[in-house]
Design a protein around this ligand. Structure first.
Ligand SMILES: Cc1ncc(COP(=O)(O)O)c(C=O)c1O
Length: 485
């Protein structure tokens, strides 16, 4: 095996050389190193725009890398103990779609947790695969979906022995992980590939107290949002491959279908630098992130009405382990919804959290946080709790049971549709997905029968002014369902 120097940054170095050479740029982008976009250049800095270039011989080509991008990808693969790594500039969404399209042909079954991100539905529509939904475990006290269990997967595999792949989320948005090693063993024993959505787990390989990752567990592929938790720029992600079942050629061909021919070098370069940082200093940086997150969790748990959950969930159904960098807090005991707490934190304390739902919020702690930031958050929580009249834990609003899939998402996507009032859509087959964003998990997915509980749940989300997406009508008064106008 080739010895890799994780201290090197081949792509970043090549880009610096290009900038230092003061090349006369008769190539895209047309802002020509910022001179054609002065206002942005003045604000963001000339250097950033000088680095915004396009593929050329010495900077390699993201679509078919043979030079410095390939070297940077090889270093990334080495850092994650994968056979191959592919840099992505359209987020893990592109990676999730590429995984499904690489593993499945039209008509193939794929086992997918129903709480998967909307990009999996995109992957299913594009590939023509048939989803077999597996229900995640629901924690009723918190009102959130957790991971899947080995028992449930065994049952689903027994009912669908010819499925091509099993899709796993590692970890969930809140931090819960399934027993990935057991899942991989089980799926592989039935010749099914394991595809892992690590949108929220890109950092986990770099500290031993964080949950096991896809590559460590022997999964075939994973897509990791380096930009979410591992320091690179927004949109930059990595697709990892380590498989006897899925070939590197297949993955390359799939990627070339949707990959831009103008990948941003700022994004690509940030992946190169973030990988070096993780490989060299990741352990120390994550030690600090874990330490301040643990401190905040303990402090918050002393505040009446709040419950910062974490490792205490381990062993409960669907939670084999927990990523403690996710500072997930149940706020129901204060008598507020998570959405309300999000607004209070933003408007009164100048704090923006990552995620809110009916009963919980999640503050993302990463290698960029400092203790003082967590102190600010803890202070805000204490202040809110002091000013709030305590109520008993309100009854959680249950996530509605998943609707029945009547036609595949792909058939629904290509079927004629009509718009009906949301309240009149009960019993119809949805022609769109509706999801709260974040987390981007469809409440109803195209092809599913709309139920009364789902309509009521969407109405509650609307009342809470939660950001709903997926429908043509941004206010979700109307839903598009199958049928002709
Ligand atoms: C579970 C999950 N998977 C995939 C994605 C897509 O990741 P990206 O935003 O990098 O495209 C997200 C984004 O929030 C997510 O939460």
């Amino acid at each position: 095996m080739k010895e890799m120097n994780q201290k090197s940054t081949p792509l970043f170095d090549a880009l610096k050389r290009y900038v230092d050479d003061k090349v006369v740029p008769f190539h895209v982008p047309g802002h020509k190193q910022g001179r054609g976009l002065k206002e942005l250049s003045d604000y963001i800095g000339e250097r950033a725009l000088q680095m915004d270039v396009n593929g050329m011989e010495d900077l390699d080509f993201a679509n078919n890398p043979t030079g410095v991008i390939l070297e940077a990808e090889e270093l990334m693969a080495d850092a994650f103990a994968a056979q191959h790594a592919f840099f992505l500039v359209n987020g893990t969404s592109a990676g999730v779609q590429a995984m499904i399209m690489s593993a499945c042909e039209p008509g193939d079954k794929i086992i997918i947790p129903r709480n998967a991100h909307k990009s999996t539905i995109g992957g299913i529509i594009l590939s023509g695969a048939m989803p077999v939904y597996i229900q995640p475990e629901i924690n009723d006290q918190l009102g959130i979906a957790m991971g899947i269990t080995e028992e449930n997967l065994k049952k689903t595999i027994k009912e669908n022995p010819h499925a091509k792949a099993v899709f796993v989320i590692n970890p969930t948005y809140y931090g819960a992980v399934s027993d990935l090693k057991a899942i991989v063993k089980l799926a592989h024993s039935h010749n099914m590939a394991v595809l892992v959505d690590e949108a929220h787990g890109a950092h986990m390989s770099f500290h031993h107290e964080l949950p096991v990752t896809a590559m460590e567990a022997g999964a075939d592929m994973s897509a990791a949002s380096m930009h979410k938790t591992a320091g690179s720029l927004t949109q930059s992600s990595v697709l990892l491959l380590n498989s006897d079942m899925i070939s590197v050629d297949r993955v390359k061909q799939v990627l070339s279908l949707t990959y831009t021919t103008s990948a941003s070098y700022l994004l690509l370069c940030s992946l190169d630098i973030a990988r070096k940082q993780l490989a060299i200093n990741g352990n120390a940086l994550l030690e600090e992130a874990l330490s301040i997150s643990r401190w905040a969790r303990e402090e918050i748990n002393q505040i009446d009405g709040l419950y910062a959950f974490g490792n205490d969930l381990n062993g409960m159904p669907g939670c084999y382990a927990f990523d403690e960098t996710k500072l997930s807090v149940n706020v129901a005991g204060l008598g507020y919804t998570g959405y309300q707490i999000e607004t209070i934190l933003r408007k009164q304390y100048n704090i923006q959290i990552e995620l809110a739902d009916m009963h919980n919020i999640m503050a993302l702690v990463s290698l960029g946080d400092r203790k003082q930031d967590l102190e600010t958050l803890v202070f805000a929580f204490k202040d809110i709790a002091e000013k709030t009249e305590k109520v008993n834990l309100s009854k959680t609003i249950a996530i509605p049971a998943s609707a029945q899939m009547i036609v595949s998402p792909r058939s629904a996507f290509y079927s004629p549709k009509k718009a009906v009032l949301l309240e009149n859509s009960i019993g119809e087959i949805a022609g769109v997905m509706v999801m709260a964003y974040p987390p981007g998990i469809p409440v109803i997915c195209m092809g599913e029968r709309v139920t009364k509980e789902i309509v009521e749940y969407i109405q509650v989300l609307k009342e809470q002014k939660c950001e709903l997406q997926g429908t043509a009508d941004p206010y979700v008064h109307y839903l598009r369902v199958l049928g002709s106008e």
